[in-house]
Design a protein around this ligand. Structure first.
Ligand SMILES: Cc1cc2nc3c(=O)[nH]c(=O)nc-3n(C[C@H](O)[C@H](O)[C@H](O)COP(=O)(O)OP(=O)(O)OC[C@H]3O[C@@H](n4cnc5c(N)ncnc54)[C@H](O)[C@@H]3O)c2cc1C
Length: 414
């Protein structure tokens, strides 16, 4: 109830979307651009940073922004483009860049404050009605389908609205997924946690990774001339390192990557160490009157830094399915259900790859041999980076024929 004790009722919308970050704002924008009425709700106040995640945006995600006409806006924020990837394996170092996605050969690492705001603005420009500080608490059901939602507002009021399709873009702990009781199709435990901070005066030409036993250290150049410096830490060590991050992070850099430690010492830390660990899971993506997009439906271990690019891809897939569903009238749920197969077909191979990588275990001998054969084969190195950028399918890089080609020193781009 509002301050007056009266529940405010809004009009019926084609779509209500809960969560206004990479998955929600992108989906809202795409639905509105297709001419649909969209209500977008988020519990947070915007603009707001999102300190629960690093924010590397690979070539595939950047290409999606370009397709939507938003990549130049990202460039205008001063976010540096990244065309160089260095993977330091202690015994050797690989350098290159992932193959381009639709002509975009740049990755970026935009602060979430910047990226999420840019997406939200684009959604509102497309005609989306947005309410911040609006926490969805309850579903409205009709004839066994989701028919709308009730939410509370910053002033303690309650509002409700109805829709033909409710989309949960409300993150890994998705209240919408819980309210619709979306089945969990697969899940795996936390294998690692990420600890990171922002630094001034930390020059970085590109993204850097340092693969070490039970660790993956990383550096990404980001907005404001800063660098994000951090580490993926094995789950067994994570809680302790996170607790003692102020001393432990530099100590670990010194032990594992002295050149990185030297640069860290010379730089100025401009944030506290941020920490987060998450399990990976896949939920059913659609049901009667509802769909889930982004982390709400599929959360990968963040070691491959794929979540934002995935959210963009799935916003494209889901908005097309919902658009067709809205045109199908009574068959809407059957049409939207195709999103499940489309999402899984493109994401499960990387989901499994991320799950294995997140264990931070030494790769099996054949993969070690493969790494040993990579130096000097630039095509193959770039292809390997393309697995992370999602411009080379996991199955293609690890295909037997590709393996044989690399091992024989004759790699060419497949
Ligand atoms: C440690 C870590 C590092 C990561 N690093 C990267 C990386 O480098 N690159 C990358 O691509 N991905 C990375 N990810 C993954 C990435 O953060 C997620 O995939 C991405 O944030 C998912 O976006 P989303 O829009 O689905 O959900 P979120 O970004 O989680 O947004 C959900 C929104 O829903 C809102 N919400 C929740 N409940 C309600 C409610 N009841 N009512 C209204 N609103 C609600 C929240 O306020 C929030 O704004 C990382 C994740 C972690 C944990």
């Amino acid at each position: 109830m509002g301050a007056s004790g009266v529940m405010a009722q809004r009009q019926a919308y084609d779509v209500i979307i809960v969560g206004a970050r990479c998955a929600g704002s992108a989906t809202a924008m795409l639905m509105a651009r297709r001419g649909h009425s969209v209500l977008l709700l988020d519990a947070d106040r915007f603009p707001s940073d999102f300190e629960a995640s690093t924010h590397l945006l690979w070539q595939s995600g950047a290409a999606r922004l370009a397709k939507w006409g938003l990549l130049d806006r990202l460039r205008e924020t001063g976010c540096p483009s990244i065309r160089k990837i260095t993977l330091d394996l202690a015994v050797m170092s690989l350098e290159g860049n992932a193959p381009a996605a639709d002509g975009i050969d740049e990755a970026f690492c935009p602060r979430r404050l910047v990226l999420d705001e840019l997406l939200l603005e684009a959604a509102q420009e497309a005609g989306v009605e947005f309410h911040q500080e609006s926490r969805v608490r309850e579903l409205i059901m009709q004839d066994g389908r989701v028919h709308g939602v009730r939410w509370t507002t910053a002033d303690g009021g309650t509002e409700e609205a109805t829709c033909r399709m409710l989309i949960g873009a409300d993150g890994a702990s998705s209240p919408v997924a819980k309210m619709v009781d979306a089945p969990v199709l697969d899940e795996h435990p936390r294998h690692e946690g990420i600890i990171w901070a922002y630094f001034d005066n930390f020059p970085a030409e590109g993204m850097e990774f340092y693969s070490r036993p039970r660790r993956m250290l990383m550096v990404y150049p980001t907005n404001n001339g800063q660098s994000l410096v951090g580490s993926c830490v094995h789950q067994e060590d994570y809680a302790e390192v996170a607790r003692e991050a102020d001393t432990r992070m530099l100590e670990e850099f010194e032990a594992l990557a002295p050149s990185l430690a030297a640069r860290t010492r010379q730089a100025t830390q401009s944030s506290r160490w941020l920490t987060r660990s998450t399990k990976g899971f896949r939920r059913q993506a659609t049901g009667p009157g509802w769909a889930l997009v982004g982390d709400a439906g599929l959360t990968m271990d963040p070691i491959t830094a794929a979540g934002i690019s995935n959210a963009f891809r799935d916003a494209d897939l889901l908005s097309a399915a919902v658009h067709d569903g809205l045109a199908a009238g009574a068959d809407i749920d059957a049409v939207v259900a195709r999103f499940q197969d489309e999402r899984d077909a493109v994401s499960i191979p990387l989901y499994e790859f991320a799950k294995e990588s997140s264990k931070l275990e030494p790769p099996p001998q054949p993969i070690m041999d493969l790494f040993g054969a990579l130096p000097g084969q630039q095509d193959a190195i770039d292809q390997y980076f393309g697995v992370f950028a999602q411009t080379v399918p996991v199955s293609e890089f690890f295909a037997e024929a590709n393996f044989v080609r690399i091992m024989s020193g004759q790699s060419q781009t497949a």
